[in-house]
Design a protein around this ligand. Sequence first.
Ligand code: LLP
Length: 432
Amino acid sequence: MLSSNLSRDASGVLCFAGQRTDDLAAQYGTPLYLMDEDRIRSNCRMYRKALRESFEGQALPLYASKASCFTQMLRIMAEEGMGLDVVSRGEICTAKRAGFPMERVCFHGDGKTTEDIRTALQEHVGCFIVDGIDELLALQKEADALGVHQKVLLRITPGIDPHTYEAVSTGKVDVKFGVPIETGQAFEFVRLALAQSALDVAGLHCHVGSMVFDEMVFEDTSDVMLDFIALLQKELGFITQVLDLGGGYGVRYLESDKTMDIAVRIRALSEHIRRKAECVQVPMPYILMEPGRSIVADAGLTVYTVSAVKHIPGFKSYAITDGGMTDNPRYCLYGAKYTVLPVVASDEEATAVFDLAGRCCESGDILQPAVLLPAGLRRGDLVAMCTTGAYHYSMASNYNRLGRPPVVMLREGKSALAVRRETPDDLCALDI
Ligand code: LLP
């Protein structure tokens, strides 16, 4: 199967993290987000070990909480010794509730408001990733007013094409994030940052994109960054202590997707960086990485109940579910591909082609076109969508006033709610 946490029991029922998904659906209802806690933890450990060993202890992974953020998740990240990348007061608040050590939190985002900046300063986040000059000056002003000294990294755009889809490509010169090297603006950004009395510039940040499979992308990015670091050392006498290379390693959504050994990649990357640092004669910086998807994606599975089956002879068949673009907007947004499995039938019985649709009031509400499911599929049957741990719960919406599904954590044969199902009353709770 696609991932080692998926299996079928003797009666052909789909199991996830060793537990029967039909039983979980009966207990918690559908649509249902399941998360395999052991997988989340083992992904964290893989990153921590690979970074520690490859960079001789001088590296740390920060979990990109935008991939999936709720209190229980951030507690796990704290327990696993991860750092944390947050982008809003909501994520900071969640980190606080989870008891996440604030000194390991980095505050990202290209549009931080004054209120965001103040909150993060008051909560003593470890580091700001400053996205540009407007934020730099606003942060200096607020930090000065509060009488605090804030550690910062400066977000630089290296001008690298990550060969991924446009919406998640963030390293090219003309993106909205960071400050580009190519135009000379990054150099001026660093010079200006060094002149700010309330800010301590620890180093640089870059993030070129998400779902990156290309072997060379991180190597090329580090080359550009280390050349820039060498320039800063020569021209400004500035020593870059920290280099944050962002997130982005891809995961498998389909059997045909490439398998990537991230630990092997990190090892190769560390050797590349070490050689380059020697070559341009700069001290080896402390390395940060910000994985999101590759920590949680394969730890997630979504279970739906089929509400209706429609055959349009000569055209297509629809399997309409009780979920949709509200719990997973990724096909609508990116044309994202997924593996869809029947919960109770065997995979061999899945021979009929269906468009798996949602219940929202627009024709574009498709979860996945042309999936194979049993020809006899009918109302009440369960279907599962794989690799839904990243950017599903966190991107869910309430379109059509649909409540978001619960998140259930699976661990060592037990299940427990981590986020309860949103009710119609929850949805009305903010109405005056
Ligand atoms: N660091 C920064 C600054 C980021 O912007 C991102 C993702 C990450 C780290 C984590 O990247 P990852 O390891 O998860 O690839 N909603 C899209 C993905 C957007 C990614 C945004 N930034 C999706 O569903 O595919």
